[in-house]
Write a protein that binds this ligand. Structure first.
Ligand code: FAD
Length: 405
């Protein structure tokens, strides 16, 4: 690794095209979502040459993740990129808990280890935009958009991918390929790595509205006999509402969401402008291995956890940092490649399992059957005891695997 030889990139099927010249890269990343972009930046910072191939021409502005957890902000500190995220985000320092409409306590994140004793609310598209700017500043040619990877060669000694763009097909080789290409990962499928798990019965609708609550920068969680309602502040004076439903509703209407919010919380959204509406079901999936020969998986390509608890993207960044550490170890001691890759799989599968359990706990708490007397009484006791500090650490992704509590 570390070679910077010039090799030609082959153009297939477009005889009139002149062959392009491109640096041979140490690492190819398939997928320029939040995980692929973060990994690219970290690899470039550490002296690896790398290319990211992303099939989308532009960032998807559909709002998915809204939260960056302290454990990720610690990683961002290491990378020296935290400030732009703070400039564009909003610090959630406290979560309020309600049973039906009755306030029963709060979980403050300020008891969590400094400096980031909060969850940073920032829409996923903005996160991707900031990461992309960073990667481009490190290497203006590292990211190719509109590049769909459709073939992968993975031998003991080398990897290569073939991707198509508007200009034609191209092939690039590298020492390693990292699949950061999401839940339906082409890379994972090409390596015949099985992706096992199951769907949960839980379904939700969500929407972003102007914020007309008095919650300010606090999040609020309502446990209700009809099911959970969650409410999170967003930057720019908006707030996200997530409502548990009995069935999957493919195209939820605004009125359905606002009616359910009113019924379960007595909060009236009135004339508040709506910016996004969507619905989602919940799955838990885990790849049987996170590496094969010279291919490594990270992010949703390796695991899918419930969005309730908001940890999937953050978990992907932990993978990416461990992937970087693995590549550094291999560069220092190539003979131990297989051992380091095995350790990556073992450690990250364990962390993914822990995150999935926590997400499942959050989900169970929001089910109708959890709104019983015992659960309510238990929650009230926990929120009045020092155990609430443990809850704060669990919600902020502390104490995962070898990562700090
Ligand atoms: C409703 C919802 C809310 C969520 N909220 C949160 C939250 O609050 N906090 C949190 O941490 N997580 C949250 N998540 C999860 C989070 O969105 C994902 O975990 C995260 O997007 C995973 O990032 P990724 O980079 O691994 O994959 P992706 O974001 O899926 O990116 C993969 C990229 O690979 C590209 N790609 C795929 N195939 C190819 C190919 N063959 N060639 C080239 N490019 C390819 C895709 O175009 C895509 O851009 C939420 C998810 C949902 C659905």
């Amino acid at each position: 690794m570390g070679r910077k030889t010039k090799v030609s990139v082959q153009a297939f099927g477009y005889a009139s095209k002149t062959d392009w010249m491109m640096d041979k890269v140490d690492i190819i990343i398939v997928g320029g979502g939040p995980v692929g972009l973060y990994l690219a930046g970290r690899l470039l910072q550490n002296g690896f040459s790398c290319k990211v191939f992303e099939q989308r021409e532009n960032i998807d502005i559909h709002s998915k993740s809204l939260g960056i957890h302290p454990v990720s902000l610690d990683l961002f500190d290491r990378a020296g990129i935290t400030q732009p995220f703070l400039d564009n985000g909003l610090k959630i320092e406290c979560g309020l808990a309600f049973i039906d409409e009755e306030p029963v306590g709060e979980v403050s994140f300020q008891s969590c280890p400094p400096p980031h004793s909060y969850i940073l609310a920032i829409p996923q598209w903005k996160t991707e935009e900031l990461l992309e700017d960073w990667v481009k500043a490190l290497d203006s040619e590292a990211l190719t958009r509109g590049a769909h990877v459709e073939k992968l060669e993975n031998s003991e000694h080398q990897t290569s991918v073939t991707y198509s763009t508007k200009e034609g097909n191209h092939q690039v080789s590298s020492d390693f390929v990292v699949g950061c290409d999401g839940k339906s990962s082409f890379v994972r499928n090409s390596c015949n790595i099985s992706f096992k798990g199951s769907s949960y019965p839980d379904t939700y609708i969500m929407g972003d509205f102007d914020d007309n609550t008095a919650f300010g920068k606090d999040a609020a969680v309502f446990l209700h006999k009809d099911g959970l309602v969650e409410s999170f502040p967003l930057p720019n004076g908006q707030r996200r509402w997530v409502v548990k439903t009995d069935n999957f509703i493919k195209e939820p209407g605004e009125s359905l969401l606002t009616e359910q919010i009113f019924r379960r919380t007595h909060h009236h959204l009135g004339e508040c402008e709506n910016y996004m509406l969507s619905s989602f079901g919940v799955q838990h999936l885990l790849a049987e291995t996170f590496h094969k020969n010279r291919v490594v998986l990270a992010g949703d390509a390796a695991h899918v956890v419930s969005p309730i608890g908001g940890q999937g993207m953050n978990l992907g960044w932990i993978d990416a940092e461990e992937c970087l550490n693995t590549m550094i170890r291999i560069r220092q001691n190539p003979a131990n490649k297989e051992l380091y890759l095995k350790n990556y799989t073992t450690n990250q599968r364990k962390v993914a399992g822990q995150v999935a359990k926590r997400a499942e706990m959050n989900m169970r708490l929001g089910r109708k059957e959890s709104a019983n007397f015992w659960m309510r009484s238990g929650l009230k006791i926990v929120l009045k005891s020092p155990l609430k500090h443990l809850l704060a650490r669990i919600f902020t992704m502390r104490g995962l695997g070898r990562w700090p509590i």
